[in-house]
Structure formats: structure tokens, C-alpha cells
Design a protein around this ligand. Structure first.
Ligand code: CU
Length: 106
């Protein structure tokens, strides 16, 4: 699978060039950094999530209708939106006490 990382990097770069807004979130010690992300209303947005912990985490949001497991020390990308103005909570299902965040569309 060594070929996967460059391919993911290439796809991410291609999307960045294509002008899609993207936002990066890190998971460290079962917490999201940043835990509040402001995104533009009415635009499809790519969230790039880096899990810096050794253990997997599941990014989940009922309001965004997204659920995805991220392996330890892995990166994944999730598309959200276009969103209307408002707040969209997300959480790490494997660490509910600490892994809490919010997407704010404005
Ligand atoms: Cu779940």
C-alpha cells in the first residue's frame, strides 16, 4: 500500500488547485485541533483529518450526516456541504468525553 500516500497527496493537491475550500483538523490525545472550524455557506468543503494518535478514531456528525473511521497515524478527507448558515456538531465516537467539535457555516 506504499503507493497510497502519494496518491492521496496528489488527489488533495489536485483538489486544492481546483479551488475547493479545504480545512485541516488534527486529532491529538483524543481531542480535535481546532475544535471549531468556520466554513463558507453554500460551498462544498473538504475536511482533511489527520489522526496523530496511535489508536483509530471515528469522525461522526449526525447534522452533517457523516461517519468515518480514521486509522491511527492516518489521514482521511471528507466532503461536507454545501451548508446553510448554522452550527454542525461533530464528535469522535471512540472518545466521546474529549473528542467534540463544531463546524460553523457562515
Ligand atoms: Cu458511529
Amino acid at each position: 500500500m506504499k503507493w497510497l500516500t502519494p496518491l492521496v497527496a496528489f488527489l488533495l493537491a489536485a483538489d486544492a488547485l481546483a479551488g475547493k475550500p479545504q480545512f485541516e483538523i488534527e486529532i491529538k490525545n483524543h481531542m480535535f485541533y481546532p475544535d471549531r472550524v468556520v466554513v463558507p455557506v453554500g460551498t462544498k468543503v473538504r475536511l482533511i483529518i489527520h489522526n496523530r494518535d496511535d489508536k483509530p478514531e471515528e469522525f461522526e456528525s449526525f447534522e452533517l450526516n457523516r461517519e468515518k473511521v480514521i486509522a491511527g497515524n492516518a489521514t482521511t478527507a471528507i466532503f461536507i456541504g454545501p451548508l446553510s448558515a448554522g452550527e454542525y456538531p461533530f464528535f469522535g465516537e471512540f472518545n466521546l468525553e474529549t473528542a467534540q467539535g463544531m463546524i460553523i457555516a457562515e
